[in-house]
Design a protein around this ligand. Structure first.
Ligand SMILES: C[S@@+](CC[C@H](N)C(=O)[O-])C[C@H]1O[C@@H](n2cnc3c(N)ncnc32)[C@H](O)[C@@H]1O
Length: 361
Protein backbone atom coordinates (compact mmCIF):
# COMPACT_ATOMS: atom_id res chain seq x y z
CA UNK A 1 0.00 0.00 0.00
CA UNK A 2 1.42 3.43 -0.88
CA UNK A 3 1.27 6.04 1.86
CA UNK A 4 -0.15 9.48 1.01
CA UNK A 5 2.20 12.44 0.56
CA UNK A 6 1.96 14.40 3.88
CA UNK A 7 1.28 17.69 2.06
CA UNK A 8 -1.62 16.10 0.15
CA UNK A 9 -2.98 14.79 3.45
CA UNK A 10 -2.68 18.26 4.98
CA UNK A 11 -4.52 19.82 2.04
CA UNK A 12 -7.20 17.15 2.24
CA UNK A 13 -7.75 17.92 5.94
CA UNK A 14 -7.97 21.66 5.18
CA UNK A 15 -10.56 21.07 2.45
CA UNK A 16 -12.56 18.72 4.65
CA UNK A 17 -12.60 21.18 7.57
CA UNK A 18 -13.62 23.96 5.16
CA UNK A 19 -16.41 21.86 3.67
CA UNK A 20 -17.72 20.17 6.80
CA UNK A 21 -17.18 22.79 9.51
CA UNK A 22 -16.33 26.26 8.24
CA UNK A 23 -18.72 26.98 5.38
CA UNK A 24 -21.79 24.69 5.27
CA UNK A 25 -23.96 27.59 6.51
CA UNK A 26 -22.16 30.28 4.52
CA UNK A 27 -21.84 28.49 1.20
CA UNK A 28 -23.46 25.07 0.67
CA UNK A 29 -22.06 25.18 -2.89
CA UNK A 30 -18.42 25.51 -1.80
CA UNK A 31 -19.01 23.14 1.14
CA UNK A 32 -20.10 20.43 -1.29
CA UNK A 33 -17.22 21.04 -3.70
CA UNK A 34 -14.66 21.18 -0.87
CA UNK A 35 -15.68 17.79 0.53
CA UNK A 36 -15.37 16.28 -2.96
CA UNK A 37 -11.97 17.91 -3.60
CA UNK A 38 -10.80 16.57 -0.21
CA UNK A 39 -11.06 13.03 -1.64
CA UNK A 40 -9.46 13.78 -5.01
CA UNK A 41 -5.67 13.39 -5.04
CA UNK A 42 -5.22 15.00 -8.43
CA UNK A 43 -7.08 18.18 -7.44
CA UNK A 44 -5.33 18.23 -4.07
CA UNK A 45 -2.00 18.32 -5.88
CA UNK A 46 -3.08 21.65 -7.44
CA UNK A 47 -3.59 23.02 -3.92
CA UNK A 48 -0.05 22.27 -2.83
CA UNK A 49 1.29 25.27 -4.81
CA UNK A 50 -0.41 27.79 -2.48
CA UNK A 51 1.82 30.23 -0.59
CA UNK A 52 2.70 29.35 2.99
CA UNK A 53 0.09 30.38 5.54
CA UNK A 54 -2.59 31.07 2.90
CA UNK A 55 -6.02 29.42 3.34
CA UNK A 56 -5.91 27.07 0.33
CA UNK A 57 -9.64 26.34 -0.06
CA UNK A 58 -10.40 30.06 -0.47
CA UNK A 59 -7.47 30.43 -2.87
CA UNK A 60 -8.59 27.51 -5.03
CA UNK A 61 -12.23 28.60 -5.26
CA UNK A 62 -11.32 32.25 -5.86
CA UNK A 63 -8.85 31.33 -8.62
CA UNK A 64 -11.53 29.31 -10.40
CA UNK A 65 -14.10 32.08 -9.92
CA UNK A 66 -11.65 34.71 -11.19
CA UNK A 67 -11.30 32.79 -14.47
CA UNK A 68 -15.05 32.18 -14.67
CA UNK A 69 -15.75 35.90 -14.24
CA UNK A 70 -13.47 36.45 -17.25
CA UNK A 71 -15.67 34.14 -19.32
CA UNK A 72 -13.55 30.95 -19.16
CA UNK A 73 -16.58 28.62 -18.88
CA UNK A 74 -20.15 29.98 -19.01
CA UNK A 75 -21.31 26.38 -18.52
CA UNK A 76 -19.57 26.01 -15.14
CA UNK A 77 -20.47 29.55 -14.08
CA UNK A 78 -24.14 28.76 -14.74
CA UNK A 79 -23.99 26.11 -11.99
CA UNK A 80 -22.96 28.72 -9.41
CA UNK A 81 -25.94 29.83 -7.28
CA UNK A 82 -26.51 33.55 -6.78
CA UNK A 83 -28.58 33.15 -3.63
CA UNK A 84 -29.11 30.74 -0.74
CA UNK A 85 -31.46 27.78 -1.07
CA UNK A 86 -30.49 26.53 -4.53
CA UNK A 87 -30.00 22.80 -5.09
CA UNK A 88 -26.57 21.44 -5.93
CA UNK A 89 -26.75 20.73 -9.66
CA UNK A 90 -26.14 17.18 -10.91
CA UNK A 91 -22.68 16.76 -12.43
CA UNK A 92 -21.35 19.90 -10.73
CA UNK A 93 -18.25 18.30 -9.28
CA UNK A 94 -17.28 16.61 -12.55
CA UNK A 95 -17.63 19.93 -14.41
CA UNK A 96 -15.58 21.71 -11.74
CA UNK A 97 -12.92 18.98 -11.79
CA UNK A 98 -12.56 19.06 -15.59
CA UNK A 99 -12.27 22.84 -15.51
CA UNK A 100 -9.52 22.85 -12.83
CA UNK A 101 -7.47 20.24 -14.67
CA UNK A 102 -7.91 21.97 -18.03
CA UNK A 103 -6.89 25.37 -16.58
CA UNK A 104 -4.37 23.96 -14.13
CA UNK A 105 -1.45 26.23 -15.04
CA UNK A 106 -3.51 29.46 -14.86
CA UNK A 107 -5.05 28.37 -11.57
CA UNK A 108 -1.67 27.48 -10.10
CA UNK A 109 -0.25 30.80 -11.23
CA UNK A 110 -3.08 32.63 -9.44
CA UNK A 111 -2.67 30.48 -6.34
CA UNK A 112 1.05 31.22 -6.22
CA UNK A 113 0.76 34.97 -6.71
CA UNK A 114 -2.56 36.07 -5.20
CA UNK A 115 -3.44 36.31 -1.50
CA UNK A 116 -6.65 35.75 0.43
CA UNK A 117 -7.42 39.35 1.31
CA UNK A 118 -11.22 39.16 1.40
CA UNK A 119 -12.51 42.56 2.47
CA UNK A 120 -15.97 41.95 3.89
CA UNK A 121 -17.84 45.18 4.49
CA UNK A 122 -20.68 43.56 6.49
CA UNK A 123 -18.17 42.58 9.21
CA UNK A 124 -18.46 46.12 10.46
CA UNK A 125 -21.97 45.40 11.71
CA UNK A 126 -20.14 43.38 14.37
CA UNK A 127 -17.10 45.61 14.77
CA UNK A 128 -19.22 48.75 15.20
CA UNK A 129 -20.84 47.25 18.30
CA UNK A 130 -17.32 46.36 19.44
CA UNK A 131 -16.27 49.99 19.00
CA UNK A 132 -19.26 51.05 21.09
CA UNK A 133 -18.02 48.72 23.85
CA UNK A 134 -14.54 50.25 23.49
CA UNK A 135 -16.03 53.75 23.84
CA UNK A 136 -17.54 52.76 27.16
CA UNK A 137 -14.24 51.28 28.26
CA UNK A 138 -12.43 54.48 27.22
CA UNK A 139 -14.73 56.42 29.55
CA UNK A 140 -15.98 58.77 26.85
CA UNK A 141 -12.50 59.93 25.76
CA UNK A 142 -11.67 60.12 22.06
CA UNK A 143 -9.56 57.15 20.98
CA UNK A 144 -7.30 56.28 18.06
CA UNK A 145 -8.51 53.34 16.05
CA UNK A 146 -6.07 51.16 14.12
CA UNK A 147 -6.92 48.15 11.93
CA UNK A 148 -4.36 45.39 11.46
CA UNK A 149 -4.80 43.75 8.04
CA UNK A 150 -6.86 46.45 6.33
CA UNK A 151 -6.79 44.84 2.85
CA UNK A 152 -8.33 47.42 0.45
CA UNK A 153 -9.43 49.59 3.37
CA UNK A 154 -13.18 48.91 3.09
CA UNK A 155 -13.40 47.99 6.79
CA UNK A 156 -11.67 51.30 7.60
CA UNK A 157 -14.38 53.38 5.97
CA UNK A 158 -17.00 52.15 8.43
CA UNK A 159 -18.10 55.71 9.27
CA UNK A 160 -19.20 56.18 5.65
CA UNK A 161 -21.82 53.41 5.80
CA UNK A 162 -25.36 53.10 7.08
CA UNK A 163 -26.25 50.27 9.50
CA UNK A 164 -29.58 48.55 9.93
CA UNK A 165 -29.79 46.21 12.89
CA UNK A 166 -33.20 44.92 11.75
CA UNK A 167 -35.11 45.70 14.96
CA UNK A 168 -33.42 49.04 15.61
CA UNK A 169 -33.57 52.40 13.90
CA UNK A 170 -30.83 52.70 11.26
CA UNK A 171 -27.70 54.59 12.11
CA UNK A 172 -24.46 55.67 10.47
CA UNK A 173 -24.33 58.00 7.48
CA UNK A 174 -28.02 58.42 6.57
CA UNK A 175 -27.56 58.94 2.81
CA UNK A 176 -24.93 56.23 2.29
CA UNK A 177 -25.44 53.85 -0.61
CA UNK A 178 -23.65 51.19 1.45
CA UNK A 179 -26.38 49.84 3.71
CA UNK A 180 -25.21 47.10 6.07
CA UNK A 181 -27.90 44.83 7.47
CA UNK A 182 -27.52 42.03 10.00
CA UNK A 183 -29.69 39.78 12.11
CA UNK A 184 -29.53 40.20 15.88
CA UNK A 185 -29.85 36.96 17.82
CA UNK A 186 -29.77 35.94 21.49
CA UNK A 187 -29.19 38.62 24.13
CA UNK A 188 -29.19 41.37 21.54
CA UNK A 189 -31.29 43.59 23.81
CA UNK A 190 -28.01 44.39 25.57
CA UNK A 191 -26.16 45.78 22.58
CA UNK A 192 -24.23 48.93 23.42
CA UNK A 193 -25.00 52.26 21.84
CA UNK A 194 -22.73 53.54 19.09
CA UNK A 195 -23.94 57.12 19.51
CA UNK A 196 -21.03 58.15 21.74
CA UNK A 197 -18.13 57.24 19.46
CA UNK A 198 -15.35 59.82 19.49
CA UNK A 199 -12.55 58.82 17.16
CA UNK A 200 -9.29 60.80 17.27
CA UNK A 201 -7.58 58.98 14.39
CA UNK A 202 -8.57 56.11 12.14
CA UNK A 203 -6.07 54.22 10.02
CA UNK A 204 -4.94 50.76 8.97
CA UNK A 205 -1.80 48.71 8.48
CA UNK A 206 -1.54 46.24 5.59
CA UNK A 207 1.22 43.81 4.67
CA UNK A 208 0.22 43.59 0.97
CA UNK A 209 -1.34 46.87 -0.10
CA UNK A 210 -4.35 46.54 -2.41
CA UNK A 211 -5.05 49.40 -4.80
CA UNK A 212 -8.78 50.10 -5.13
CA UNK A 213 -8.14 51.83 -8.46
CA UNK A 214 -6.63 48.67 -9.93
CA UNK A 215 -9.54 46.85 -11.61
CA UNK A 216 -7.74 43.49 -11.72
CA UNK A 217 -7.08 43.57 -7.97
CA UNK A 218 -10.72 44.46 -7.34
CA UNK A 219 -11.80 41.57 -9.59
CA UNK A 220 -9.64 39.26 -7.48
CA UNK A 221 -11.22 40.49 -4.23
CA UNK A 222 -14.65 40.08 -5.85
CA UNK A 223 -13.74 36.50 -6.86
CA UNK A 224 -13.10 35.69 -3.19
CA UNK A 225 -16.78 36.35 -2.35
CA UNK A 226 -18.83 33.17 -1.93
CA UNK A 227 -21.26 32.50 -4.82
CA UNK A 228 -24.48 32.71 -2.79
CA UNK A 229 -23.51 36.17 -1.46
CA UNK A 230 -24.78 38.45 -4.24
CA UNK A 231 -25.67 40.99 -1.56
CA UNK A 232 -22.04 41.06 -0.35
CA UNK A 233 -20.89 41.45 -3.95
CA UNK A 234 -23.07 44.56 -4.25
CA UNK A 235 -21.88 45.90 -0.87
CA UNK A 236 -18.30 45.34 -2.01
CA UNK A 237 -18.76 47.27 -5.28
CA UNK A 238 -20.54 50.14 -3.53
CA UNK A 239 -17.85 50.32 -0.84
CA UNK A 240 -15.09 50.32 -3.50
CA UNK A 241 -16.75 53.40 -5.01
CA UNK A 242 -16.69 55.05 -1.58
CA UNK A 243 -12.98 54.13 -1.18
CA UNK A 244 -12.17 55.63 -4.58
CA UNK A 245 -13.79 58.89 -3.50
CA UNK A 246 -12.51 58.93 0.09
CA UNK A 247 -9.22 56.98 0.10
CA UNK A 248 -8.70 55.35 3.50
CA UNK A 249 -5.41 55.91 5.31
CA UNK A 250 -3.39 52.69 5.14
CA UNK A 251 0.27 52.26 6.05
CA UNK A 252 2.11 49.50 4.21
CA UNK A 253 4.06 46.97 6.24
CA UNK A 254 3.99 44.34 8.94
CA UNK A 255 1.94 45.45 11.94
CA UNK A 256 4.35 43.72 14.31
CA UNK A 257 7.20 45.86 13.03
CA UNK A 258 5.28 49.12 12.67
CA UNK A 259 3.10 49.23 15.77
CA UNK A 260 5.72 49.90 18.48
CA UNK A 261 6.87 53.16 16.88
CA UNK A 262 3.37 54.19 15.77
CA UNK A 263 1.97 53.74 19.25
CA UNK A 264 4.85 55.68 20.80
CA UNK A 265 4.13 58.61 18.45
CA UNK A 266 0.42 58.90 19.35
CA UNK A 267 -0.43 61.62 21.90
CA UNK A 268 0.51 60.29 25.36
CA UNK A 269 -2.40 59.09 27.46
CA UNK A 270 -4.81 58.88 24.51
CA UNK A 271 -6.71 55.57 24.56
CA UNK A 272 -6.00 53.46 21.50
CA UNK A 273 -8.02 50.68 19.99
CA UNK A 274 -6.54 47.99 17.74
CA UNK A 275 -8.88 45.78 15.73
CA UNK A 276 -8.52 42.93 13.30
CA UNK A 277 -10.91 40.58 11.55
CA UNK A 278 -9.98 37.24 10.01
CA UNK A 279 -6.31 38.20 10.04
CA UNK A 280 -4.87 36.30 13.00
CA UNK A 281 -4.95 33.03 11.06
CA UNK A 282 -1.89 34.38 9.19
CA UNK A 283 0.01 34.82 12.49
CA UNK A 284 2.24 32.08 13.90
CA UNK A 285 2.03 31.41 17.63
CA UNK A 286 5.22 33.47 18.10
CA UNK A 287 3.72 36.37 16.13
CA UNK A 288 0.60 36.31 18.32
CA UNK A 289 2.73 36.40 21.46
CA UNK A 290 4.78 39.25 20.00
CA UNK A 291 1.59 41.24 19.36
CA UNK A 292 0.44 40.74 22.96
CA UNK A 293 3.77 41.74 24.41
CA UNK A 294 4.19 44.87 22.28
CA UNK A 295 0.66 46.00 23.25
CA UNK A 296 1.39 45.32 26.93
CA UNK A 297 4.54 47.41 26.67
CA UNK A 298 2.77 50.28 24.90
CA UNK A 299 0.04 50.33 27.58
CA UNK A 300 2.31 51.85 30.24
CA UNK A 301 1.03 55.35 29.38
CA UNK A 302 -2.33 54.69 27.73
CA UNK A 303 -5.28 52.34 27.78
CA UNK A 304 -5.11 49.97 24.83
CA UNK A 305 -8.14 47.97 23.82
CA UNK A 306 -8.15 45.28 21.17
CA UNK A 307 -11.13 43.91 19.26
CA UNK A 308 -10.49 40.42 18.02
CA UNK A 309 -12.97 39.20 15.35
CA UNK A 310 -11.66 35.82 14.30
CA UNK A 311 -12.88 32.34 13.36
CA UNK A 312 -13.48 29.56 15.87
CA UNK A 313 -13.06 25.79 15.39
CA UNK A 314 -16.90 25.57 15.42
CA UNK A 315 -17.41 27.25 12.07
CA UNK A 316 -18.73 30.57 13.35
CA UNK A 317 -16.63 33.53 14.47
CA UNK A 318 -16.56 35.52 17.66
CA UNK A 319 -15.76 39.04 18.80
CA UNK A 320 -13.58 39.40 21.88
CA UNK A 321 -12.31 42.42 23.74
CA UNK A 322 -8.89 42.48 25.41
CA UNK A 323 -7.59 45.43 27.41
CA UNK A 324 -3.97 46.31 28.11
CA UNK A 325 -3.41 48.74 30.94
CA UNK A 326 -0.23 49.59 32.91
CA UNK A 327 1.54 46.72 31.19
CA UNK A 328 -1.09 44.17 32.21
CA UNK A 329 -3.23 42.25 29.75
CA UNK A 330 -6.81 41.22 30.60
CA UNK A 331 -8.37 37.89 29.72
CA UNK A 332 -10.30 38.12 26.43
CA UNK A 333 -13.93 38.97 27.10
CA UNK A 334 -16.47 37.38 24.76
CA UNK A 335 -18.68 40.14 23.33
CA UNK A 336 -20.50 38.23 20.61
CA UNK A 337 -20.68 35.09 18.55
CA UNK A 338 -21.33 35.89 14.91
CA UNK A 339 -21.33 34.65 11.37
CA UNK A 340 -17.85 35.06 9.86
CA UNK A 341 -19.13 37.71 7.44
CA UNK A 342 -21.37 39.50 9.94
CA UNK A 343 -24.68 38.16 8.63
CA UNK A 344 -25.89 37.49 12.19
CA UNK A 345 -24.74 38.56 15.64
CA UNK A 346 -25.47 36.81 18.92
CA UNK A 347 -24.45 39.41 21.49
CA UNK A 348 -23.09 37.74 24.62
CA UNK A 349 -21.80 40.49 26.91
CA UNK A 350 -24.26 41.87 29.44
CA UNK A 351 -22.24 44.49 31.24
CA UNK A 352 -24.43 47.13 29.56
CA UNK A 353 -27.41 45.93 31.58
CA UNK A 354 -30.81 44.66 30.53
CA UNK A 355 -32.15 48.04 29.46
CA UNK A 356 -32.62 48.26 25.73
CA UNK A 357 -30.65 51.20 24.39
CA UNK A 358 -31.70 53.16 21.37
CA UNK A 359 -29.13 53.08 18.64
CA UNK A 360 -28.27 56.53 17.36
CA UNK A 361 -25.31 58.26 15.82
C1 LIG B 1 -8.58 38.19 5.17
S1 LIG B 1 -7.97 39.82 5.08
C2 LIG B 1 -9.13 40.62 6.14
C3 LIG B 1 -9.41 42.05 5.71
C4 LIG B 1 -10.39 42.82 6.56
N1 LIG B 1 -9.91 42.91 7.91
C5 LIG B 1 -11.78 42.20 6.55
O1 LIG B 1 -12.17 41.60 7.56
O2 LIG B 1 -12.50 42.34 5.59
C6 LIG B 1 -6.51 39.72 6.13
C7 LIG B 1 -5.49 40.79 5.78
O3 LIG B 1 -4.47 40.83 6.79
C8 LIG B 1 -3.24 41.16 6.17
N2 LIG B 1 -2.14 40.81 7.09
C9 LIG B 1 -1.77 39.57 7.50
N3 LIG B 1 -0.73 39.65 8.36
C10 LIG B 1 -0.45 40.98 8.53
C11 LIG B 1 0.52 41.70 9.28
N4 LIG B 1 1.42 41.06 10.04
N5 LIG B 1 0.53 43.06 9.22
C12 LIG B 1 -0.39 43.70 8.43
N6 LIG B 1 -1.32 43.07 7.68
C13 LIG B 1 -1.35 41.73 7.72
C14 LIG B 1 -3.29 40.33 4.89
O4 LIG B 1 -2.39 40.80 3.91
C15 LIG B 1 -4.75 40.50 4.48
O5 LIG B 1 -4.94 41.60 3.59
Amino acid sequence: MTSMNPEITRQSNLLRDFGEVQVPEMSPHYAYLATRVADDQELLSVDTVAGKGQPTPNLLFASVRFLLDQGASPELLATYPTKFGSDIQAGLFELFRDFVLLHRSEIEQLMKTRRVQSNVVRRFAVLLLGLAAVAERSRGQAFSNIEIGASAGLTLLWHKYKYQYKTEVPFGEPGSKVVITTEMRGKSRNIPSASQLKIAMNFGIELDLVDVDDEKSMNWLRALIFPEHSDNRQLFSDAVNVARKFPPKIIAGDALELLPEMLSELPGGQPTNIYHSHTLNRFSREAREQLDSLLCEASSNRLITRLVFEGTPNGYSDLRLITYENGVQSDPELLANCEAHGRWIDWQADRWGGRRRKLGW
